[in-house]
Design a binder for this molecule. Structure first.
Ligand SMILES: NC(=O)c1ccc[n+]([C@@H]2O[C@H](COP(=O)([O-])OP(=O)(O)OC[C@H]3O[C@@H](n4cnc5c(N)ncnc54)[C@H](O)[C@@H]3O)[C@@H](O)[C@H]2O)c1
Length: 496
């Protein structure tokens, strides 16, 4: 066993070289903004996926994020580099940021709930192998409380140099990651209560303070920082499940979820954000992180707390199933052989990420009913769609991907809006209606279209948490407006 040499301390004050391990949705945008804001710091992003690194070094980046390409092209080759050479990057770095994947375990103890920390442990071992001096290690992957201990122990047993581990959770949102990185609502840095950890925390805070107002930089204990990320995501997902639960009640009672949500949200204690009913939440984080939280609660023998969070997931699954059932029930109890246009499979707008997308669960349920799906997403490729759908034998013939929303809807019995891409609201619905089978259905899984105006054209519109028949005054107003203006898109451009 090697012991840390306490006499040689890292120079915590002067970070000039940062290595980011993991060139994914967290690592790459963060590294790009870091390089942009700190031209005197060399940032090297390392990943073991050679293809991905080659993509980062090309003009065809591995994924879409608004305005990321411009920033990368600005700093790449200047002070931002992408590489597979871990050893050199780690040796040269003062600070190493760990942004690797932490998927759920699929087998063994905790399968489906506990995170698989294999990648994090591997990175710790890589650092131990290559580091020839003291380093500050920054945990940016989302990990359960106490995970920093794993990194510390691997390093302590395998490397003689002093190392400090900090937690700096990522709060940026996919789809607006570059804005969130450039102007974050808060930065959190957690460290232990030791002189070295305090110095390392100060060094990291100094980096962020170059572009983030100091009052937005929170410092805390190591375990609080680790737990804050899981808690933040659990709260966000819980809000979505809460309004979705109310949407089911609205549909039974004739209340309108948007009216309820507005009235509830103007209470400043509650707030208006994240109160939009939808087909359900998705993405790489919410479900995974709630499962991690549940596992943590069970491990610490808090079954009631674990059950509370489990229900957020139960409700989300219910909402996706409910949506698919509504489609079938509304279309005379059968969608077999009917063409359904699916608009959007990304888990939300402004990203091409489809991980855990609710769209896939809805599509799978409808494929089991033998529906004929014609899918359009402005950013998701047909390959990614096929991969996400995990088609069963014989289902290939039931799915077609097209590159235009109009083509998807032509000849369809229904349109399903599953991602809230802005462009869907700007389409010419008169044209779409004329090319669809009748009755023409619209199932708005994001409540983003103008339902009354669509009804005025002749569509059967079913939203989430919406009364089937809208209040007569609202409907009349919209019908008059549509006939006065002539088309729905013109109506939108008038700011209706
Ligand atoms: N995606 C988000 O919006 C988001 C937000 C906050 C936190 N997180 C958390 O951040 C972490 C990363 O998430 P992501 O979305 O960027 O994942 P990702 O899959 O997009 O990227 C992870 C990258 O790590 C690389 N990697 C894995 N093991 C490696 C290893 N041993 N050495 C080098 N590279 C390795 C992978 O090749 C991949 O490129 C996860 O813990 C996630 O929960 C994600």
């Amino acid at each position: 066993r090697c012991r840390a040499d306490k006499r040689v301390q890292p120079d915590m004050g002067a970070v000039k070289n940062v290595c980011v391990v993991g060139a994914g949705h967290v690592g790459a945008p963060h590294a790009a903004v870091l390089a942009q804001k700190c031209p005197d710091i060399k940032v090297t992003v390392c990943d073991h996926d050679e293809r991905k690194v080659a993509q980062w070094n090309s003009s065809l980046l591995p994924f879409y994020e608004p305005s990321m390409q411009e920033v990368i092209e600005d700093v790449r080759g200047v002070n931002l580099f992408f590489s597979t050479d871990f050893a050199s990057a780690i040796k040269a770095a003062d600070m190493i940021m760990v942004s690797v994947s932490t998927p759920l375990k699929t087998e063994g103890t905790g399968a489906g709930y506990a995170p698989n920390l294999m990648c994090v442990e591997r990175v710790a071992r890589l650092i131990a192998e290559s580091a020839d001096g003291p380093k500050i290690i920054v945990e940016r992957s989302t990990v359960p409380v106490k995970s920093a201990d794993i990194i510390k122990r691997v390093l302590r047993f395998n490397n003689a140099h002093p190392m400090v581990v900090l937690s700096n959770p990522e709060f940026a949102r996919q789809g607006s990651a570059m804005i969130d990185q450039s102007s974050p609502e808060r930065i959190m840095v957690g460290g232990e209560d030791s002189a070295e950890a305090k110095a390392a925390t100060a060094a990291l805070v100094e980096i962020y303070a170059r572009w983030v107002p100091r009052e937005r930089i929170i410092t805390s204990g190591l375990w609080s920082a680790e737990l804050s990320k899981l808690t933040a995501n659990a709260f966000l997902a819980q809000r979505i499940s809460s309004i979705n639960a109310i949407s089911a009640l609205c549909e039974r009672t004739g209340a309108d979820v948007d009216e309820v949500s507005f009235a509830v949200g103007v209470d400043s204690r509650i707030g208006r954000k994240y109160l939009t009913a939808s087909v359900g939440f998705g993405g790489a984080c919410y479900e995974t992180h709630i499962r991690n939280l549940i596992y943590l609660c069970r491990s610490f023998r808090l079954p009631q707390v674990a059950d509370y969070w489990q229900h957020v997931l139960t409700l989300n699954d219910y909402q996706k199933r409910r949506f698919a059932s509504t489609v079938v029930a509304s279309m005379f109890n059968t969608v077999s052989g009917k063409k359904l246009a699916v608009w959007g499979v990304a888990y939300k707008k402004n990203t091409d990420d489809t991980r855990d997308s609710p769209a896939f669960d809805v599509c799978k349920a409808l494929l089991n009913e033998r529906a004929q799906l014609c899918i359009y997403d402005p950013r998701v490729s047909s390959e990614a769609t096929a991969l996400g759908l995990c088609l069963a034998d014989g289902q290939e013939t039931l799915v077609e991907c097209v590159s235009d929303a109009y083509d998807a809807a032509a000849g369809a019995h229904a349109i399903l809006v599953l991602t809230e891409w802005d462009e869907f609201a700007r389409l010419d619905f008169f044209r779409i209606f004329s090319q669809m089978e009748k009755p023409a259905f619209v199932f708005d899984g994001r409540n983003m279209l103008d339902h009354a105006a669509l009804r005025a054209i002749g569509f059967n519109v079913i939203g989430i948490g919406k009364p089937v028949t809208p209040s007569p005054t609202v409907a009349k107003k919209k019908i008059d407006a549509v006939s006065a203006v002539g088309s729905l898109s013109q109506l939108h451009s008038l700011g209706d």
